[in-house]
Write a protein that binds this ligand. Sequence first.
Ligand SMILES: O=C(O)CCC(=O)C(=O)O
Ligand SMILES: [Fe+2]
Length: 310
Amino acid sequence: MIDRTEKLSFNDFARNYLKPMTPVVMTNGVSEWPAVGKWTPEYLRDTIAPKVIELRPNQSGQTTYRFPDHMETFLAAERDGTVPPYLTNANIYRFFPELISDVEPYLPYALPDLSASPFLPKDFLYEKFQLEILLGAAGNGFSVLHADKHHMNAFIAQIYGEKEFIIFPPDQARFLYPRLAQPLLSDVDDIWNPDLERYPDLEHTTPIRVTLKPGDLLFVPGNWWHTTRMEQTSIGVTCNSVSASNWRAFASDGARLMAQTKPLKAKMLKLYMAAMTLPVRWSVRNQRRGNLPHCTPSLKDPRARSVASA
Ligand SMILES: O=C(O)CCC(=O)C(=O)O
Ligand SMILES: [Fe+2]
């Protein structure tokens, strides 16, 4: 079971869910976003300017989407009852600036986001701004059971339609057939109807099912395994973050990846990360005292501005 609550204060969220890394659904967690009640597939088609975006949907190869052609394909599939490609992980800041004001204020629960800390090297892991659109139709689903990359936390907001999640706690990872080379991705191809002869250890798991409705906000802490499916059109927005609880795992994953190409730099980075523990502790103390994230000057994050002015 996952707790379902009304929208929480930042402090209650931090104390009861963020710090212990426990999932939660906040009903109306993002109800103040103009996107809720406004976004529909047609709205996205009419609002997003024509452009080509290149994505790696579902951990696979690169795919090119041409907007609004993709939307026409999507709407036609919706009408015909066929299954269009699930558009995932399209970064709003990079691809859809025309939509940013619909998803402000930035999720206060995701701040301070230590992955965006100015103390980190600029090229650490990937782009810092993480607010991504997921647009799916009936029959779509996220392609793989996984825990989020680099052990990051995920906040998944439901904007339109419904989406079903299946979720497993970190201590069940050993029954979920993690891939050898990509240990945060599962080998199990269809967790909704699993082949128990091929994957007998799944018998030891206790999946948690959650359905999100518009306005809901789901917190999936780092290392919690999950995937989704849809029986109807669904628009979601997801956001990754790193808090004090998963800072260490995040940092060492970054250093591990860097060591593959730049071993010396990775060694220096490890030292640097150890030193970073101080500002991390400081920001956590701040959180506990109830100071809002945008008050932490050492973590100047441009996204916090939209929180501050909300
Ligand atoms: O909302 C979904 O379909 C799953 C998204 C997800 O888990 C992810 O982007 O990591
Ligand atoms: Fe995920």
